[in-house]
Design a protein around this ligand. Structure first.
Ligand code: ZN
Length: 684
């Protein structure tokens, strides 16, 4: 056993993961061994009452990092190079990791040790980062119920378990209700207007069921083409009602997978959990770990945006209604809106993402993006060497003033056994080592672009270019960190209503006329994207921005008020909370059967309860941060240095509001977002 462990590549100290050597069979034994070692170490550490605060924290950081370094390539390979053996090993390990985390989060000895550190006279002598990470640790202990008496602690645990069960049940109901309905069509003339590729998909779906004709499910790729392009109003109405009554007491599956009781119980349990910890409601509990301070602040943030956007949203709707009327559609129902919107979009801006591809070969885009970063932050990026998990993966090094500061893997193309989407993850976090050296940060950047072929380079749509900039923005937040304490280095310890600031911020550069020549060049002629096309893209970007804005605000307000105002003695029906919000902000009426909320998984099955507002919150921050560059020059190096030193290098060391104010000289304002989305004109 020990001989095997001594050869296990996941247990060897190494600067970068040995991707060539890692096999599925290494994973579980390595994790078991590391967890056992860490448990033993923590136990020993807690016996040592004389240990200094710095030494205590350094030990905990070291052991957490050993575990993180072991797990990082495993979690990563699970996403980008998924094999049956790898998945089995991963699935076997996940419960062990969760159990370990829960155990540490509920370890009263550890809690007391952190509390003692906080109360020591020399606490102030610790570094700012270490102080912050101690405070975060204490907050997390408290939020996991550690300070409660035994009976309350037991109730707390029971609530958490039940909440997890209900969330799963909520998703399962939505899934079952979606799968439990489909529309069978035998006459293709009912599908006039729907793109051929979608119709082909319906025919294949029918054939799979042994049916003749077409079968349309409620999965988005099948559902949306009918709503957006189907000329048959009757079919659109039927599909709309089936989709928007899923898992409810209405529509074709009424009562069969009804989430009503699940939602009520979830709200009551969340409220009780928050009350056990001393909060007035779940909204307060949610904000304990976020950038926003108080429920009143979130409410006025959302209402302020709503008041400023509603007139433009109404005008958007008015334009749509007039357009539909010209097309012979007198009054617009909910199932007409996507349909006429697509027609209007096409009439106003005949521009497809596919037309843009030839101008964005991936190598040109990447070189241009590096140039942007160089001009902003003086960072040089060059290819570097490392073991990778696939021949297409690239590896780069970042240097500042000639000194290495970070590295990253770039995995660009979609392929089999790789999860879809795009994301940034950390491979190594920046931290100081016991010998005084610094471990430099390393990131994984993953995308799913079309791979090159024999004849064509990989060509990106502008949406994909934006995605690349977005993920690189997260990557820079991780890699430019100057914080040596891992708990608050890079994106660690950054509240999730603030973590999208650096990523959405960097997206702005893809839309600038000065940047387009850097990131575009026709793959045949080398010609940069013509400015007329950029102008068209900019105009199309804000199509129906008012309507989209109030829709997001409706969801944010609904979620927030639902959790803030819940009263266990007299619960207001969920539908009523939503109806009141709609009366205030929506610009068109939905039919009375609409039960959108019964499928709102973000807040009933995901992590967004009393946190859906975060999307808009982060957009406001990134737009406002970018507006300083609009004022001072989008390549102004001293503005770039200011963003780098005040935000990107600072991780979670300070409250994000304080960091933002340091950079912007004032609190965030919604002006820039309203202007960028065309809701407020340039002059105001
Ligand atoms: Zn993001």
């Amino acid at each position: 056993m020990s001989a095997l462990l001594s050869e296990n590549p996941l247990l060897q100290a190494c600067t970068l993961p040995p991707f060539d050597a890692i096999q599925a069979e290494h994973i579980e034994p390595a994790l078991d061994s590391q967890l056992a070692t860490n448990r033993q170490r923590v136990e020993q550490l807690l016996l040592n009452e004389a240990i200094g605060a710095d030494q205590f924290l350094a030990s905990m950081e070291q052991w957490d990092d050993e575990l993180a370094q072991l797990w990082s390539p495993v979690g990563h390979l699970q996403g980008v190079s998924n094999s049956e053996a790898m998945r089995l090993a991963y699935d076997a390990c996940l419960p062990k990791l969760t159990a370990y985390a829960t155990e540490m989060g509920q370890n009263t000895g550890l809690y007391r040790a952190y509390k003692r550190i906080k109360e020591r006279e020399d606490f102030a002598s610790l570094s700012e980062a270490r102080r912050r990470s101690v405070e975060n640790a204490l907050r997390d202990f408290t939020l996991s119920g550690i300070a409660l008496d035994a009976a309350s602690q037991q109730r707390f645990g029971a609530i958490q378990q039940r909440v997890a069960q209900l969330s799963t049940q909520f998703s399962n109901n939505v899934l079952d209700a979606s799968m439990g309905w489909s529309k069978h069509i035998s006459d293709v003339s009912d599908l006039v207007g729907v793109p051929a590729a979608a119709v082909q998909g319906y025919a294949e779906a029918a054939a799979e069921k042994g049916l003749v004709g077409y079968s349309i499910s409620l999965d988005i790729p099948a559902y949306l083409p009918v709503l957006q392009y189907g000329d048959s109003r009757e079919l659109r109405q039927e599909m709309y009602l089936a989709y928007n009554t899923r898992a409810s007491d209405q529509g074709p599956g009424a009562g069969q997978w009804d989430n009503s009781a699940v939602m009520q119980e979830l709200l009551a349990l969340r409220h009780e959990l928050a009350a056990l910890l001393g909060y007035n409601n779940y909204a307060e509990y949610s904000l304990a770990t976020k950038m926003a301070d108080t429920p009143a602040q979130v409410e006025s943030f959302l209402m302020d945006l709503a008041e400023q956007s509603r007139a433009v949203a109404s005008a958007d709707f008015e334009e749509l209604a007039q357009f539909a009327e010209q097309q012979g559609q007198g009054s617009l129902a909910a199932w007409d809106i996507p349909y006429y919107s697509e027609k209007l979009r096409l009439q106003k801006y005949a521009l497809s993402q596919e037309e843009l591809r030839p101008y964005f070969p991936v190598d040109k885009v990447i070189a241009g993006m590096f140039e942007v970063v160089n001009r902003l932050y003086g960072i040089d990026i060059s290819p570097d060497e490392a073991q990778c998990w696939h021949p297409d993966v690239r590896f780069y090094q970042l240097r500042s003033n000639g000194q290495p500061i970070a590295q990253f893997y770039l995995d660009l193309y979609a392929r089999e056994h790789k999860r879809g989407g795009a994301w940034m993850d950390d491979c190594r976090v920046r931290r100081s080592l016991s010998d005084g050296a610094v471990q430099l940060p390393v990131a994984y950047l993953t995308c799913n672009f079309t791979a090159p072929t024999k004849d064509l380079p990989s060509l990106l749509t502008h949406n994909e270019v934006t995605t690349l900039f977005h993920e690189f923005g997260h990557g820079l937040h991780h890699m430019l960190s100057e914080v040596d304490c891992p708990g608050v280095s890079g994106i660690n310890g950054v509240p999730w209503d603030a973590v999208e600031l650096p990523s959405q911020f960097l997206e702005n550069w893809c839309w600038q006329k000065e940047v387009i020549p850097l990131i575009s060049g026709h793959y045949q002629s080398g010609e940069a994207l013509p400015m007329e096309l950029l102008d068209k893209m900019l105009a199309a970007k804000n199509f129906q921005a008012g309507m989209q804005m109030v829709r997001q605000l409706e969801l944010g307000l609904f979620d927030f008020r639902l959790h803030r105002d819940f009263d266990p003695a007299a619960p207001v029906p969920i539908a009523e909370v939503l109806a009141r919000v709609r009366d205030q902000v929506a610009v068109f009426k939905v039919p009375k059967e609409n039960r959108f909320q019964h499928g709102f998984s973000h807040i009933f099955a995901g992590g967004y309860a009393a946190g859906y507002y975060s999307y808009k919150w982060a957009e406001v921050l990134s737009a406002d941060a970018f507006s300083r560059f609009e004022e001072e020059g989008i390549f102004n190096a001293s503005t770039g240095a200011s963003f780098q030193t005040q935000i990107l290098q600072r991780g979670g060391v300070q409250e994000p509001m304080a960091l933002f104010i340091n950079f912007r000289g004032r609190e965030p304002s919604v002006e820039a977002l309203l202007r960028h989305s065309g809701i407020r004109s340039e002059e105001c």
